[in-house]
Design a protein around this ligand. Structure first.
Ligand code: DC
Length: 239
């Protein structure tokens, strides 16, 4: 197996810590990291800003979407000094703006739309041509890269996930209750699992990793073990 072409897919429910794990793995193996959820969030931000999606009555102006979609450009930028990755929407850094409750509440509706998915999947596949990568999302092991070298399906109990998300939002200064966050987590689980287009499901060849009782270091260690079992990635690790 060519090391350069290795693809590691990390899928799972919302707030399972996929991005943390995927980022840690990318850092460990020195691979590129792509947060596919951020791409759906950035498109949602664009559609809300431009009044193409109305969150009040959950309506999407398909004609305007069709016109604008080719001009919605999503990319990632890595800050050389900090090593942190941010997402760019038509050249504008929107990393913080896509992490609000407003976006979280609308993104499930947007990520159901077939031609938005097609456009983003095409872009996600193009990233793999640039070299080894870790990508996290919902359909990475099933649709985007069905031949990924390693597929990890991350899970944790809804209560644990809601608490994690709640702490994260509180830390950012949002006034939310645990019940509100729990509702949002359950709603998103339902929409992710039951939507028609690329629903969230574990690929038959994915390895399940439940991190309800694991800390960040423990989940990374388990994931590295899984990757070692499935590939010959040696010598790329940080010492
Ligand atoms: O991982 P996240 O919460 O940032 O994802 C945001 C939304 O995008 C979530 O509602 C599911 C959707 N999504 C998707 O449909 N497919 C992906 N590959 C990644 C995310």
């Amino acid at each position: 197996m060519e090391q350069e072409n290795i693809i590691i897919a990390v899928d799972g429910y919302s707030s399972t810590g996929k991005s943390t794990l995927a980022r840690d793995l990318a850092h460990y193996f020195r691979f590129k990291y792509i947060d596919s959820g951020a791409m759906y969030r950035a498109v949602t931000l664009y559609l809300l800003r431009n009044g193409i999606y109305d969150p009040q009555n959950k309506s999407l102006d398909e004609t305007r979407l069709g016109n604008d979609l080719p001009y919605i450009n999503i990319d990632f930028h890595v800050d050389k000094a900090s090593g942190l990755q941010t997402i760019l929407l038509n050249g504008e850094e929107v990393e913080q703006l896509i992490r609000t409750m407003e976006i979280s509440e609308s993104v499930s509706q947007i990520s159901r739309v077939k031609f938005i998915r097609e456009k983003l999947v095409e872009k996600q596949r193009a990233f793999a041509e640039e070299g080894a990568l870790v990508m996290d999302g919902r359909d990475i092991g099933t649709v985007v890269f069905p031949n990924a070298d390693v597929k990890i399906f991350l899970t944790a109990s809804p209560e644990v996930r809601a608490k994690r998300r709640f702490d994260e939002l509180k830390q950012k200064g949002y006034e939310v209750t645990l019940d509100e966050v729990m509702d949002n987590v359950r709603q998103r689980d339902y929409m992710d699992e039951y939507r028609e287009e690329s629903p969230l499901k574990k690929a038959s060849d994915a390895v399940m990793l439940d991190n309800s009782n694991l800390n960040r270091k423990e989940q990374l260690d388990e994931a590295i073990e899984i990757i070692r079992r499935y590939t010959q990635i040696f010598g790329k690790e940080r010492s």
